[in-house]
Design a protein around this ligand. Structure first.
Ligand code: 13P
Length: 252
């Protein structure tokens, strides 16, 4: 059975002290309420990883980086390798977030290299895909997402692919307060699952966790998560408040 997952992408927010406080608060809420049916992931900035790993119960909360290098090591000033991330105690890494694609010009081929490095270092990639508004308006949303999957993930072996989580984040919904409707999100999630079944097989498709991201919050998470092919969320703004994030975690 595929996992229910709620991951908080903190983006470039919080200093270390604030980050530890937030992580401990989420940890407390989960422990007090014995939440065990959802995989909870916190994704703070690189600088916080070691401290956040130490601040939470790793049986209940997993820690993720927000990016990794496409190279294993060497003269790449400012880069952080998958191996370095793994050595902090992290288990996951977000790859291909639309902000990386847009601001840092990361394309599917580079992202595919990152995914492979992550998998080689025993990190679970949370691979982000999604269309911009113009592409949706022009009816190209399925084509765009298909290309992102084909170029970014579909050269993985069956075994490699079985360790990947996919987040569908329509770019027009990220940080805008405009959420995809549950039906819009479900339609795309079902399409993604169909593509996985066609490329690999029905079993892999059935077992792949597909997360929705984009203005998901404590008020709309339940409606989104009740859709057949939505297995949880990748949460931005609402993951910065422990109470809101906790409400989303318990929205299944
Ligand atoms: P918001 O939840 O702030 O829209 O961000 C979504 C996101 O980009 C998560 O990766």
């Amino acid at each position: 059975m595929r996992k229910k997952i709620v991951a908080g992408n903190w983006k470039m927010n919080t200093d270390i002290r604030e980050g530890i406080t937030l992580a401990k608060e989420v940890n407390r809420l989960i422990a007090e309420n014995h939440v065990s049916y959802t995989t909870v992931i916190l994704s703070p900035p690189f600088t916080h990883l070691t401290e956040i790993v130490k601040s939470v119960n790793l049986n209940r909360i997993s820690v993720s980086a927000q990016n990794c290098s496409s190279e294993p090591k060497g003269a790449f000033t400012g880069e952080v390798s998958a191996n370095m991330i793994k050595s902090t105690g992290c288990t996951h890494v977000i790859i291909g977030h639309s902000e990386r694609r847009t601001y840092f010009k990361e394309d599917n081929f580079l992202l595919n290299k990152k995914v492979k490095h992550a998998l080689q270092n025993d990190l679970i990639p949370i691979f982000c895909i999604g269309e911009i508004l113009k592409e949706r308006e022009e009816g190209k949303l399925f084509e765009v997402v298909k290309t992102q999957l084909e170029e970014g993930l579909f050269n993985l072996s069956r075994e490699e692919f079985s360790n990947v989580v996919i987040a569908y984040e329509p770019v027009w919904a990220i940080g805008t307060g405009i959420t995809a409707t549950p039906l819009q999100a479900q339609e795309m999630h079902a399409y993604i699952r169909k593509l996985i079944a066609e490329k690999y097989d029905a079993e892999i498709a059935e077992n792949t966790s597909l997360l929705y991201g984009g203005s998901c919050n404590a008020g709309n998470a339940k409606d989104l998560f009740s859709q057949a092919d939505i297995d949880g969320g990748l949460i931005g703004g609402a993951s910065l408040k422990a109470d809101d994030f906790y409400k989303i975690i318990t929205s299944f």
